[in-house]
Design a protein around this ligand. Structure first.
Ligand code: ACM
Length: 515
C-alpha cells in the first residue's frame, strides 16, 4: 500500500506523468529556443559525475550546487563530492565546456547547447553564465520510470529573447531580510531571470546603510535596513548565479523616508511635519527641485551607492509625483515663473535632466519610471515603462531612440492570474517599427510590498513569475496557456525543493489565523 502511495505521489510530482496528453512533451520552463527529442535515455546512477573545462570562479561552486540539487532530487548520494576544473574526471557523465567567464552586464552571452545521449551529456556555452542557464534546463529534464531516474535524450540550442529579465523587490514598504533575497535569487536563477531590482527607498522606509549620510537609515527606517556588508554579500551571491543587482532610490516623490532625515530639502510649506507612512498610498512629500542642497545631498548619496553597486544601471524612480507641495510653496512657484517652467511636469523634467547628468558623472546609466521621459534626456537613459492606460503611449521613449524595459502588465502585486501576465508581450499589442522594437531590452515583474511581508512574499512572487520569466526568455510564439499552467505547476514544486516557501508558508499562516 505504501509503495503504491509512493508511486502515485511520484507520478504526481514528476514530469510527464499523470497529465492529459498535450502537444508539448517537455516540462521545461522557460521553454528553450530550439529543442529536439532524440532516441534513448541517460540513466542517472550513483556514479554520476561532472567534469568542467573553463573559468573556475563561478563554474566550480555552481556545478557543485547543480550536483547537490540533482542528488537531492534523486536521493542517490552521488560518489562525486565537489568539483574543480582541474579534477578532470575522464568519462564524466556530464561534460561542461565553457570558453570564458561572462562579464555581468546587460547583453552578456547567456546561450548554451545541451546534448543528452544515452552515452553521456554535453553542455557547451560561450560563457559560464550560459552554462548555468543550461544546468537549470538539465535539472528540469529529470524524469523517472520503473527503472529509476533518467534524462531523456535531447538536443537543445537555447538563448534568451530579451537581455533584461528582472524581478523588482520592495524592501522599503516591508523589509525583506537577506535570506529572503537569497532564496528568491535562487528561484530567479531557476527561471533564468537575470536582474534583481531593489526598491530601497520610499515613503515607508530607507533600507540601506549610508556611511556618508547615516541619518538616512537611522531616521528613515525602523532599524531594519541592509548594512553595506550585507548588500555586498547579496551582490556577490547574485553574481555567482549570473544575476545583476540594480538599486533604486526613488526621487523626487516617494521621498518621505529621505525627508525624515533631511526635512530641509523638502517642498512642503513652512511648519509641515514629515511623518513616516506605514500604509499603501501615493503621498505628497517631495524633494525640492529648486534647492541646490537637494542636488548636493543626492550627489553624495548616489556617489556612495554607485560605488557600492557595481551594476552599470542606477534607478532613480521618478514616478507618481503629484507635485501638490510644489503648488503650495510660493518659493517654488516663483522659481518656475523665473525659469519659464509652465507646470509641474516641466519642473519634474528640469529635475530629471539635472539628476541624469549627475548619474552620468558617476559613470552609470540612469533608469527611471516612464514619468521621467523627455526627449532632452541623455540617450544612455533607460526608461522603465509601467503606465499604459488612458491613452498613454508607454513606448514613446523607444520610438525616440531610448532603450526601455517594460513592467506594464507584470505587476504581480495585483494578484492577477498568471495567464494575464503570460499573454502580455513586452513589445505590446500594436506593432512597433523594428527600430523601436530593438530598443525594448526586456522587462521586470514588480513585487510592490505595501501589503506583503517577508512571510508572504514568496507566495506572491511564485510561481506566477515563472510565467513572466518565460515571456522574457522564450520565443514569442510560445503562448499556450494550458501548457504554461501544466509546466508552471511542476516548476512550483521544484521551487519548494530548492527552498522557496510559497506553499509551506500558507500552512503556517493558516495556523496563525486559526490560533
Ligand atoms: C509605480 O508603480 N509607481 C512605478
Amino acid at each position: 500500500m505504501m509503495r503504491l502511495l509512493y508511486l502515485v505521489l511520484l507520478m504526481s510530482i514528476l514530469p510527464n506523468f499523470g497529465f492529459a496528453a498535450v502537444d508539448n512533451p517537455w516540462s521545461l520552463m522557460p521553454m528553450p529556443k530550439e529543442i529536439q527529442a532524440k532516441e534513448g535515455k541517460f540513466r542517472i546512477l550513483r556514479s554520476f559525475t561532472v567534469n568542467l573545462k573553463g573559468p573556475e570562479e563561478r563554474l566550480n561552486p555552481q556545478a557543485t550546487r547543480f550536483l547537490r540539487r540533482l542528488d537531492d532530487r534523486t536521493g542517490l548520494f552521488f560518489e562525486q563530492h565537489f568539483l574543480r576544473t582541474d579534477s578532470q574526471v575522464s568519462e564524466a557523465s556530464l561534460q561542461v565546456e565553457v570558453q570564458k567567464a561572462g562579464v555581468l552586464k546587460l547583453g552578456v552571452d547567456e546561450s548554451y547547447r545541451l546534448s543528452v545521449a544515452p552515452e553521456g551529456i554535453r553542455l557547451t556555452a560561450p560563457t559560464d553564465i550560459g552554462a548555468l542557464r543550461g544546468m537549470e534546463t538539465l535539472l528540469q529534464l529529470v524524469q523517472v520510470d520503473e527503472n529509476g531516474y533518467y534524462f531523456p535524450a535531447v538536443e537543445i540550442n537555447d538563448a534568451p529573447r530579451f537581455p533584461w529579465r528582472g524581478l523588482m523587490m520592495d524592501p522599503s514598504r516591508h523589509f525583506m531580510p537577506v535570506d529572503v533575497l537569497k532564496r528568491n535569487l535562487n528561484a530567479m536563477a531557476s527561471a533564468k531571470l537575470n536582474v534583481l531590482h531593489l526598491h530601497l527607498s520610499d515613503n515607508q522606509g530607507f533600507r540601506i546603510e549610508s556611511k556618508v549620510l547615516p541619518a538616512l537609515h537611522e531616521k528613515g527606517s525602523d532599524g531594519e535596513y541592509y548594512t553595506q556588508q550585507q548588500i555586498r554579500e547579496v551582490i556577490a551571491y547574485a553574481g555567482e548565479l549570473g544575476i545583476r543587482v540594480m538599486p533604486e532610490f526613488d526621487v523626487p516623490g516617494h521621498a518621505t523616508a529621505i525627508l525624515m532625515a533631511y526635512p530641509e530639502i523638502g517642498s512642503a510649506p513652512a511648519g509641515y511635519e514629515y511623518k513616516m507612512e506605514v500604509n499603501a498610498g501615493v503621498f505628497d512629500p517631495t524633494l525640492d527641485p529648486t534647492n541646490e542642497k537637494t542636488y548636493e545631498l543626492l550627489e553624495k548619496l548616489f556617489a556612495e551607492m554607485a560605488s557600492l553597486f557595481p551594476d552599470e544601471y542606477f534607478h532613480i524612480g521618478g514616478d507618481e509625483n503629484k507635485g501638490l507641495h510644489w503648488k503650495e510653496n510660493p518659493r517654488i512657484q516663483q522659481f518656475m515663473k523665473k525659469n519659464k517652467l509652465k507646470d509641474n511636469h516641466e519642473l519634474q523634467l528640469y529635475f530629471s535632466t539635472r539628476i541624469s547628468k549627475m548619474v552620468k558623472r558617476l559613470g552609470k546609466h540612469m533608469v527611471g519610471w516612464d514619468e521621467i521621459y523627455t526627449p532632452e534626456l541623455p540617450k544612455e537613459t533607460l526608461v522603465h515603462g509601467w503606465r499604459n492606460w488612458q491613452g498613454m503611449d508607454m513606448y514613446q521613449a523607444a520610438k525616440k531612440g531610448y532603450k526601455m524595459i517594460v513592467s506594464s502588465g507584470y505587476y504581480i502585486d495585483l494578484m492577477k492570474r498568471a495567464e494575464s501576465h503570460y499573454l502580455n508581450d513586452p513589445l505590446g499589442d500594436k506593432p512597433l517599427k523594428p527600430s523601436a522594437e530593438a530598443n525594448i531590452m526586456g522587462g521586470e515583474a514588480t513585487m510592490w510590498s505595501e501589503l506583503v511581508t517577508a512571510r508572504t512574499v514568496d507566495s506572491r512572487i511564485w510561481p506566477r513569475t515563472a510565467a513572466i520569466a518565460e515571456r522574457f526568455w522564450s520565443p514569442k510564439h510560445i503562448r499556450d496557456v494550458d501548457d504554461m499552467y501544466r509546466r508552471m505547476d511542476l516548476f512550483s514544486m521544484a521551487l519548494e525543493i530548492d527552498g522557496i516557501l510559497h506553499i509551506h508558508s500558507k500552512e503556517a499562516i493558516m495556523r496563525k489565523l486559526c490560533r
